[in-house]
Design a protein around this ligand. Structure first.
Ligand code: UD1
Length: 418
């Protein structure tokens, strides 16, 4: 397993180009299964392990998938297998995104149940209830979800929680259902709007994406289309955190600051300077950051996927900050590792009280999930001495060319095989 060695304490400077959003490319790849004719060409797809896993899954099902640079071409044709096997689903929960499209297009799907993960229980009851409301028969046995439907029918669905992949699964399923579907209390994340844009280009009729009420008029047939994936707002926020914590000055290019208003507000309140420039924005900081409170929430609230990186920043800030995690029940796995680096953090239920310390010290730490790992990188870049992060396969799931991008900014970072 690879490790990342970081010798911290360098103010990072220069520019970094943001890749396409992993969490937009994953549903887009799943949506390609809905096309009856013509290829789906996705551009600006990040080169990360989760994307390769999804491509493998589509390949196992019988789709032809060709990657070239940051473009992926998918020719779904007629699938030969309507099953997402355990071995792939257990490495990537987002495999559940194939359930809706397969059921809608083929009337059958068998997907291994994703189970819990490091950040919480993560049920998929809302995905299943929505599909049932659309007429699907769902059976759970031997760890698999098996869905059947002659043709899905439009329905009015209310999501108790605005689940992101839940909204995406139901949105995709509804495009080929008979009649109209309304999804109330839908997730409003930019990745939902991006998926809707692709589906519309494929011939779907959708209104209200990006709001809490999405209306879909079902059609009988979708076809391939070309679509450019939006920039990764979480990767963007991670590099912003890196600039802020290292007292650096980084131009973050090829991204969209509008998708990160909640994060930018908090970073500015913490004393970071953020100014629009070129195709993105510049983040710089001098002197110590100030402690600010943060509460995670569904979009447009502060993203849970940036909570860990922000906590690393707050670990070095002047004063105390309270960070509340309201989306997942167990997303403080990074706290114990940050403490090993000298951070003063106490957790109580869904809250973490972070008392800023003047310096962190490098230490051997372990990555536990994707964003927790990112927070260790952020902390390691500002710590004195060497931080060795093990289990970095988590980072590889979601960050493309991380060492290369950081090195170009002046970081002393390298990967070693162990
Ligand atoms: C997606 C993102 C993930 C991000 C999360 C929240 C992808 C591939 N992943 O995950 O990076 O951290 O959104 O922004 O896009 N819930 C239920 N029942 C359900 C579904 C969800 O109770 O059927 C609950 C979850 O337990 C959680 C909350 O809803 O507490 C939000 O989860 P959800 O939005 O579904 O997260 P994902 O779509 O899995």
């Amino acid at each position: 397993m690879d490790k990342l060695l970081i010798d911290g304490g360098v103010a990072l400077k220069g520019s970094v180009l943001i890749d396409g959003a992993k969490n937009a490319a994953l549903p887009a790849l799943a949506a390609s299964l809905l096309a009856e004719d013509r290829e789906v060409l996705l551009q600006n797809v990040p080169s990360v392990v989760d994307i390769r896993t999804m491509c493998r899954l589509l390949g196992v099902m019988g789709a032809t998938v060709e990657a070239e640079g940051t473009s992926i071409r998918i020719l779904p044709g007629d699938l030969t297998s309507l099953e997402a096997p355990y071995d792939l689903v257990r490495t990537m929960r987002a495999s559940i995104l194939t359930l809706g499209p397969m059921l809608a297009r083929y009337g059958y799907a068998k997907v291994s149940s994703p189970g819990g993960c490091a950040i919480g229980e993560r049920p998929i009851d809302l995905h299943l209830a929505g599909l049932k409301a659309m007429g699907a028969r769902i059976d759970l046995h031997e760890g698999y979800i098996e869905g059947r439907a002659d043709r899905l029918v439009g329905a009015e669905i209310y999501l108790d929680t605005p689940s992101v992949t839940g909204t995406e699964n139901l949105l995709m399923a509804a495009t080929l259902a008979e009649g109209n579907t309304i999804i109330e209390n839908a997730a409003m994340e930019p990745e939902i709007s991006d998926l809707a844009a692709l589906l519309k280009a494929m011939g779907a009729s959708i209104e209200g994406e990006g709001t809490e009420r999405i209306e879909i008029k079902g059609t009988t047939r979708l076809v391939g289309a070309t679509h450019r994936i939006i920039p990764d707002r979480i990767e963007t926020a991670t590099y912003a955190a890196v600039a802020a914590i290292s007292q650096g000055d980084i131009l973050i290019e090829g991204t969209d600051k509008e998708m990160l208003s909640s994060v930018i507000r908090k970073m500015t309140a913490a004393g970071t300077s953020i100014t629009p420039e070129g195709s993105g924005f510049r983040v710089s900081s001098t002197g110590r950051l100030r402690g600010v409170d943060v509460t995670t929430a569904p979009y447009p609230g502060f993203p849970t996927d940036v909570q860990a990186q922000f906590m690393a920043m707050m670990a070095l800030a002047q004063g105390t900050s309270v960070i509340r995690e309201m989306v997942f029940e167990n997303r403080f796995m990074h706290v114990a590792e940050l403490r090993r680096m000298g951070a003063d953090i106490r957790t109580e239920g869904a809250s973490a009280v972070v008392r800023g310390v003047p310096s962190l010290e490098g230490a051997p730490v372990m990555a536990t999930d994707l964003r927790a790992s990112a927070s260790l990188v952020v902390a390691g870049l500002a710590a004195r001495g060497r931080t060795t992060i093990s289990r970095i396969y988590h980072l590889d799931r979601g960050y493309s060319r991380l060492e290369e991008k950081l090195s170009r900014l002046g970081a002393r970072v390298r990967r070693v095989k162990s």
